[in-house]
Ligand binder design. Sequence first.
Ligand code: C5P
Length: 223
Amino acid sequence: MSLLRIALDGPGGSGKSTMGKLLAKKYNFTYVDTGAMYRSVALYMDRHDIPLDGASIDVERIMEQVHLRFAWSGDNQRVFLNEEDVSDAIRTSRNSLLTSRVATLPAVRQALVQLQQKMARLRSVVMDGRDIASVVIPDAELKFYLDASAEVRAQRRLEEMEQNGVAAQFEDVLREIQQRDYEDTHRQHSPLVRVPEAIYIDTTSMDADSVFNILCQHVECYP
Ligand code: C5P
């Protein structure tokens, strides 16, 4: 198979990262979790007490100090921020909400998009995010938009948290999902959009195997 770049866009909890990892494993593609990149920058800013007020921060300088690396540990991808494993620290509720705000900063987006485009240049990739088909790889060979109702996405997120031993209330998780949906679709720069050519999959009443089968059919039918 020649170079194949797969864009996986959609709101949080729609199953992008699960599907991205499965596809990468099956077809030996590089999996790029762009959300983890934005989350890591947000964590760095939070830890360094950097205010989000665009006028007073030097985002270019911050981005020079942020070094990201991904590594596999079994079926899980770990994220390293300046060589510290931050895979769990970036997924807290506080950091999730902060990330949606950090993701509005054009200089952050510019730096991360450049990095993502570099990663997609040499190898077949499956890249999950919000702006992959619209901005990062507009000429991707395959574009998918995964979706699901906010309630189902919140339920999935809750189960994931419970598996990781984190207690939470459904209403709180749902509120966080809805707030992030709003911020991600209403921001000025690179909002979450569904490009017209993307293959739309509503996973609300589907199990993971069914979604994965559909994705694989498209990959295997690709000329
Ligand atoms: O995918 P995940 O839920 O980990 O993404 C966390 C946040 O990062 C999103 O809510 C969004 O604000 C931001 N993001 C983005 N562009 C991407 C990926 C994530 O703005 N390509």
